[in-house]
Design a protein. Structure first.
Length: 321
């Protein structure tokens, strides 16, 4: 897995960075009148992320640039994939939108106006718990109703569009006419982790993908789905590969090789962590260069260094060729 990305974030970005997949989801959740005014042919993802570092384990985000009535506009989509609703989400969305505007002004220093930013939150709780928090910034203001009404026009205003997929079943998502990739993303996010019926759920989802036109599901798509399922559902390589058999032998082989690679990477990572612990126990806090070396080593080097720890008097004795 890429460093710094959770498996949720990696899968989300893989699918939603492709404009056709993002457009199919956004068309389903934005107000119909707004959908008609967005230039979907001009939709393109921005490379930036705005989520605070301490929240990256539960939030993933993407910004899309487009035009609205012929003028610059942005759609900001954030996916919440943890069980507990974030009660400060309206504030966080305001914070992120201000950052988007700040970056826009840096790129357009002569601009005296700001582009509209349409905020969307996708709540994908994996235990089926519906969103139970505020969607309007005013609901966070600690004031009695009369005072809020009196000062409301002087306070920042923001209301985000909520797509609570946790409250939906597979049939409801199927009715959205999503691309196969967007459908797989949403259905897997809400039904893969901590689900005692995960195998039944995945068979249903993959069964739907069989109906996709030939060539729609690419080898890269299979690899991305297998990667996500391996981490989220904890299936062994053979069982995971069998899940993809309805999509053909090629899909099964891709899923198998992906799972085997991830299993091997996990074993290497486990060896690296064990070696770091042994080195720290014996020699104290490690230099950053040593940690980097260990985390980027192969199995043979890790095993050789682990044996040397037993008799080495210093770090140099461990790593000397």
């Amino acid at each position: 897995m890429e460093r710094g990305l959770t498996h949720h974030d990696k899968f989300f970005r893989y699918v939603m960075e492709a404009p056709p997949h993002a457009a199919s989801e956004l068309r389903a959740v934005l107000p119909k009148k707004l959908v008609a005014r967005v230039d979907w042919e001009d939709l393109s993802p921005e490379p930036d992320t705005y989520v605070n570092s301490e929240l990256k384990a539960r939030h993933s985000d993407l910004v899309y640039r487009t035009t609205l009535d012929g003028r610059d506009a942005y759609i900001y989509i954030l996916i919440e994939h943890q069980t507990k609703t974030d009660p400060l989400m309206p504030f966080r969305m305001l914070e992120y939108i201000v950052r988007i505007w700040g970056r826009y002004l840096k790129r357009h220093p002569k601009s005296q106006t700001l582009p509209p930013v349409i905020p969307v939150v996708v709540h994908a709780d994996q235990q089926g718990i519906r969103w139970n928090g505020p969607v309007d910034l005013h609901d966070l203001i600690d004031a009695d109703p009369d005072t809020r009404a009196e000062i409301g026009e002087y306070l920042p205003q923001l209301r985000f569009i909520l797509d609570d997929v946790s409250a939906m079943d597979v049939d409801a998502l199927r009715a959205r006419h999503l691309t196969p990739q967007a459908f797989a993303l949403l259905t897997m996010l809400i039904g893969t982790k901590n689900n005692p019926k995960v195998r039944i759920h995945l068979k249903q989802v993959i069964g739907d993908l069989v109906e996709a036109p030939y060539g729609t599901i690419t080898p890269a798509d299979i690899e991305a789905m297998a990667d996500y399922i391996y981490y989220a559902a904890g299936l062994d390589p053979k069982e995971l590969a069998n899940m993809f058999e309805p999509l053909g032998q090629d899909a099964r082989e891709i899923a198998m090789s992906t799972a085997q690679r991830l299993k091997a990477e996990g074993e290497v990572s486990g060896r690296a962590i064990l070696l770091i612990n042994l080195l720290t126990f014996k020699f104290g806090t490690l230099p950053a260069a040593v940690s980097y070396l260990v985390h980027h080593a192969d199995v043979a080097d890790l095993d050789r260094w682990a044996l040397r720890v037993l008799t080495a008097e210093n770090l140099d004795a461990v790593f000397t060729p």
